[in-house]
Design a protein around this ligand. Structure first.
Ligand SMILES: NC(=O)c1ccc[n+]([C@@H]2O[C@H](COP(=O)([O-])OP(=O)(O)OC[C@H]3O[C@@H](n4cnc5c(N)ncnc54)[C@H](O)[C@@H]3O)[C@@H](O)[C@H]2O)c1
Length: 331
């Protein structure tokens, strides 16, 4: 069993820690968070040790792998410290908000030769991986268009928006990765529009809450991503892939399958799962399992640092497209 340290005991760190504790390939040894109450309460729940010093946890000789679920600006230093002492790393997205810092870190990560995976969890969602499998099996022929809808139930607080790097680097980063993965080619041109239709405060922070992006690959495949920080009906996550021989679509996941027929409505179903922690519960479990399997077997990680770099480059291009009101070539 791989012995694991989880760094960060916030929203995502708690998910990762619980998944490590529940995974038969791993043993959760320690949870580290500078906020002692966060570290100790997670450790108590999951029956492991805790530390308030992430570097102490990284340096322990009984740790094989480190899962990083800390704020984005700590991802690079924690990753490099862990790789330097020979630990395998699963790091939350994005690697960094600054493209040049992320690129410099990727050079170091690749030089280390140690296993590193970036946590683009949506690739491990069973519906997304079935769509990918069907594309690769040729079930829809040549892919022509990918349409991704990604709407959150409600915007995050202003202090989160301020630190997030903006909607493209924070939220659409998942959709950019999904687009690349499903198109099977890297986009070479990006057209984007962004507005604030949900909350004017988001505009005053220099960000957008409602966006549409079009990506085009060198061979002419197209992808349309539409996102909003607020959807009154819950976490709206849909993918459609249209090809020369057919179309693939995923559906919504609901807490149960009951359909209601009354005098006021027909075919009414339960609301969508509320947000990402519920909607992608299984994806986080499968993501961790894929990481642990790659570490165990010494095989390539299913998502690497370069995938992070390419998604970030699309985010930067989308921002430039809004600034210039024109299509932007991807660096
Ligand atoms: N893949 C996904 O679906 C997904 C979802 C949410 C967040 N994220 C990413 O995960 C990261 C964390 O987001 P969150 O929403 O859990 O944040 P959060 O604020 O809820 O939690 C972060 C935790 O890290 C702790 N922390 C701060 N500095 C630390 C350090 N140096 N070492 C250890 N712990 C430290 C904080 O005290 C806090 O408890 C962000 O990079 C975010 O982009 C990814």
């Amino acid at each position: 069993m791989l012995k694991v340290a989880v760094l960060g005991a916030g929203r995502i760190g708690q998910i990762h820690a619980a998944n490590v504790a529940a995974n038969a390939r791993a043993e959760l040894i320690v949870v580290a968070d500078p906020v002692e109450a966060a570290a100790s309460s997670t450790a108590l729940k999951l029956n492991c040790e805790y530390s308030t010093d992430p570097y102490e946890a990284i340096g322990r000789s009984d740790i094989d792998a480190v899962v990083i679920g800390t704020p984005t600006d700590t991802h690079v230093p924690l990753t490099l410290a862990a790789l330097a002492v020979g630990k395998a790393v699963l790091c939350e997205k994005p690697l960094d908000l600054d493209q040049s810092k992320a690129n410099a870190a990727i050079v170091e990560i690749e030089k280390s030769g140690k296993p590193f995976m970036l946590a683009f969890n949506r690739r491990f969602d069973p519906s997304a991986s079935e769509i990918k499998r069907a594309i690769e099996a040729g079930e829809v022929g040549d892919v022509r268009q990918v349409v991704i809808t990604s709407r959150d139930p409600s915007p995050p607080p202003a202090d989160y928006i301020q630190r997030s790097g903006g909607i493209f680097r924070d939220m659409l980063i998942h959709d950019f990765d999904m687009a690349r993965w499903l198109l099977g080619e890297d986009p070479v041109e990006v057209f984007a529009v962004g507005n604030c239709l949900v909350d004017a405060n988001i505009s005053s922070l220099g960000d957008f809450d409602t966006t549409m992006v079009i990506l085009r690959t060198a061979s002419g495949k197209q992808c349309h991503i539409n996102t909003c920080r607020h959807a009154s009906y819950g976490h709206d996550q849909r993918i459609e892939v249209f090809g020369s021989a057919g179309m693939l679509q995923n559906g919504h996941i609901r807490p149960h399958t009951v359909h209601r027929f009354t005098d006021g409505t027909t075919d009414a179903q339960a609301p969508l799962l509320h947000f990402f922690l519920e909607r992608y519960k299984q994806a986080y479990e499968l993501e961790l399992d894929a990481f642990l399997r790659s570490v165990e077997s010494g095989t390539d990680m299913p998502v690497n640092a370069n995938d992070g770099r390419k998604a970030l480059a699309l985010a930067e291009a989308a921002l430039r497209s809004i600034e210039t009101r024109a299509g932007v070539a991807v660096d």
